[in-house]
Every structure is written in structure tokens, then in C-alpha cells.
Design a protein. Structure first.
Length: 277
């Protein structure tokens, strides 16, 4: 039996709930600034460590053979657990909440999108921050990128103080996330990196078209950095799913929140206020 994923929960138990799914090599702690931001606005935030990240279980060999599907299964298990908790509160006559909005970045956004398409009853909506796009790179390219990430991780493990200094010097990493971000990279199970998997094996455009819950797709336009970018937004425009709203944050890189926090929150916060009470 698989062990549950580690998570950080902050904010009132009866507040509208946000579930945060991070990108590859990150962790729940890597989103400290976002947790603080949304709890200050009155939300309950559940930040999840993906399998092989942070304090969550490591990857078993048989799980790596279907890594993308395991990411989806894990996220579904978290949402089902929250649903059971909510039903328990209702049965006891305690205040309960609507299903959460899931906010994902990169790998986490791709996972959230598939979960929303397959299990819409488990969530109120999704915020997709520059999701990884399955099929946009060849298997060889994915393996090469995974190998590059593994080399970068090995370099950090070889000299942790230097890795911390670089993180603290990076103007686009909040101070509250710099040291824990280095820790997250070192804690990450390299077995997933070797597979090259960064998204569930679900065709991106088809999944976007299948969404039947409110979705906000946020990306940037920094050249060579954004995974979706203006080109991907044109694809979404042609899909014309009425449930999907898009936003381009000028100057943002792949991590839209960190690279342009003011622009990110200016788009996301009003959308959350409209869709989650």
C-alpha cells in the first residue's frame, strides 16, 4: 500500500481551500511565499510534496514505469482525502467548504490539468501556471533535460554553501524560499529525473479542450523560458474552451510567480475571489 504524500496545511480549517502542486525539483516548502500570501487573504492552503520530493515517499521502480499516471493518482488521493474530511465536518454539523481550487506550476500544473479533466467533482477549478506540455519535446530531449537536472543537483550536493549563496543572490527567488529551495533540490529523488518525465502522458491540447471546470492559464513571455508563452496561448484560443481564461504576465519566465510576483497575483487573486468562497 502506498504511503500518503507529505503536505503543509495552513489557515482556518473552514476557509476556502487552495491545493498547491509544485514543479519538478521543488517542494511544498519551496512555495513558502505563496502560502503566506494566500493565508493572509483568508484561504486555507494545502501545499503538497509530490512523490519523490520533500518529505513524500520515494519512487518505487514499478511506479517509475508509469510515473505520469502516478502523479495524477497521488493528486487525486489528496483531493479525495480532503473530500472525506469535508464530509466528516458536514456530518458533525461543522462549517464545511466547497471543493478546493488546485494551483499548479509546471509539472504540478500539468498534473492538475489532467486531474481536473478526469475528476472534475473533486475541485472547484484550477490555476495552471505555465504547465509542462506533454508531447512538446521528444523522448531524447526529455532524457537530456533530465540528465542536465541531475548534474545540477549533483553540483549542489557537492557544495551546498555555494548553492545557498546562489539562491540568496537570485533576485527572482524570495528570501523565504531560497534556502528551502536548495534543500528541496537536494531531497528530490533523482530516479524521476532519469526518466525525463515532467508531465502525465496526456495530450496537452486535448486535455485543455476537455476541461469542464473553471481554469485560469497563466504564462509569461520571456524568450526561451516560458513553456506555454504567446504561442501556446494561441493554441488555447483556437481550442475555444469557454471554461478556460488565459493571462499573459509580461516579462515573466517559466516560474511566473517568482519572476513577476506582482503581475502573477494581480491576475490570480481576483480570479480566486470570483470562483472560490
Amino acid at each position: 500500500m502506498s504511503h500518503p504524500l507529505a503536505r503543509i496545511t495552513a489557515g482556518p480549517v473552514d476557509a476556502p481551500t487552495l491545493v498547491l502542486l509544485h514543479g519538478i525539483t521543488a517542494s511544498a516548502l519551496s512555495q513558502t511565499d505563496a502560502i503566506d500570501h494566500w493565508t493572509a487573504l483568508g484561504y486555507r492552503v494545502v501545499a503538497v510534496d509530490a512523490r519523490g520530493h520533500g518529505l513524500s515517499p520515494r519512487w518505487a521502480p514499478q511506479e517509475l514505469e508509469r510515473a505520469g499516471e502516478v502523479l495524477v493518482d497521488d493528486a487525486v488521493a489528496v483531493l479525495e482525502d480532503l473530500l472525506v474530511q469535508d464530509r466528516g465536518r458536514r456530518a458533525l454539523g461543522l462549517p464545511a467548504t466547497d471543493p478546493p481550487v488546485v494551483i499548479g506550476h509546471s509539472m504540478g500544473a500539468a498534473t492538475a490539468m489532467v486531474v481536473a479533466a478526469r475528476r472534475p467533482e473533486l475541485l472547484t477549478g484550477v490555476v495552471l501556471a505555465d504547465p509542462a506540455r506533454y508531447g512538446s519535446r521528444s523522448p531524447a530531449e526529455l532524457l537530456a533535460r533530465g540528465a542536465a537536472r541531475e548534474r545540477a543537483r549533483a553540483a549542489e550536493l557537492a557544495d551546498p554553501p555555494a548553492a545557498v549563496r546562489r539562491a540568496l543572490a537570485d533576485a527572482e527567488i524570495p528570501d523565504s524560499e531560497a534556502v528551502v529551495g536548495v534543500w528541496a533540490g537536494q531531497r528530490m529523488d533523482p530516479a524521476l529525473l532519469r526518466t525525463g518525465v515532467v508531465a502525465p502522458e496526456a495530450e496537452w491540447a486535448e486535455t485543455m479542450a476537455a476541461l469542464a471546470v473553471p481554469a485560469l492559464l497563466v504564462t509569461g513571455d520571456r524568450p526561451g523560458a516560458a513553456r506555454v508563452g504567446p504561442e501556446g496561448l494561441e493554441v488555447v484560443k483556437r481550442i475555444a474552451n469557454p471554461h478556460v481564461t488565459t493571462a499573459l504576465v509580461p516579462g515573466a519566465a517559466h516560474d511566473v510567480r517568482r519572476s513577476r510576483p506582482d503581475g502573477f497575483y494581480a491576475v490570480v487573486d481576483p480570479w480566486l475571489a470570483d470562483h472560490l468562497r
